[in-house]
Design a protein around this ligand. Sequence first.
Ligand SMILES: [Fe+2]
Length: 264
Amino acid sequence: MTIQDGCQLSGQEMDAVHTALQRANFAIYAFKGSAGEDKVLIRQLGRQLGLERLDDNLCSDEDGITSLKVVQKRREGEYIPYTNKRLNWHTDGYYNSLDRQIRGVILHCVQPAAAGGESALMDHEITYIQLRDKNPGYIRALMAADAMTIPPNVQNGKQIRPEQGGPVFSVATDGHLHMRYSARARNIVWKDDSSTQAAVEFLLSLFQQDSPYIFRHRLKSGEGILTNNVLHCRSSFEDDTASGQTRLLYRARYFDRIVDPGSH
Ligand SMILES: [Fe+2]
């Protein structure tokens, strides 16, 4: 969907965003004719949709919005988002403490890579339904408070983030489903019982098959994704530093969910 001015959505644009979000919990937009600095536009766009409280993570810029690009610096370079490698299926901020979970995200493309860097998305509500249809026991296992444990983040002998346990699926106080997940095996220690293991295995299989619920898109300059933190991943990419075709995305993560139509 096209957005003429990110600072001021028209009624029609607002309706289109909400329709897409109701259907799939994400929307792809393209800024057209918007004048101004991308980060300001993103901040304003978010505000109109109820996205206000930004998560200032370890690597975000001073304004709380993160520049995702390949960096050689040591700290960020240790995290895959700051490399050109493939990024496996996950939800954002799954490692955050339970009271600081990410409910809404804007991912905005300033410039795509010379090649690669395609995004894939899958609505986590659909994933929940697929798991439940296969075996309701999978849902019970993944809603358990001890289903997954994220090991502490320790760098140079210093603990940056403590161990973080919790469920995969939970229901927020507003009644909406929330998901914490990473398919990267080293990021999560799964509960060692057969139902959790079977649920995790089935979940992984959902990403490996052709699915009508997986949406793939390579963001172009000026395009972005508005999402209620659905499952997503990214393919590897190649920058061309000689020509300046290097990938730059802005990412804003919020403790808020995109406001539902009618409630504002
Ligand atoms: Fe992400």
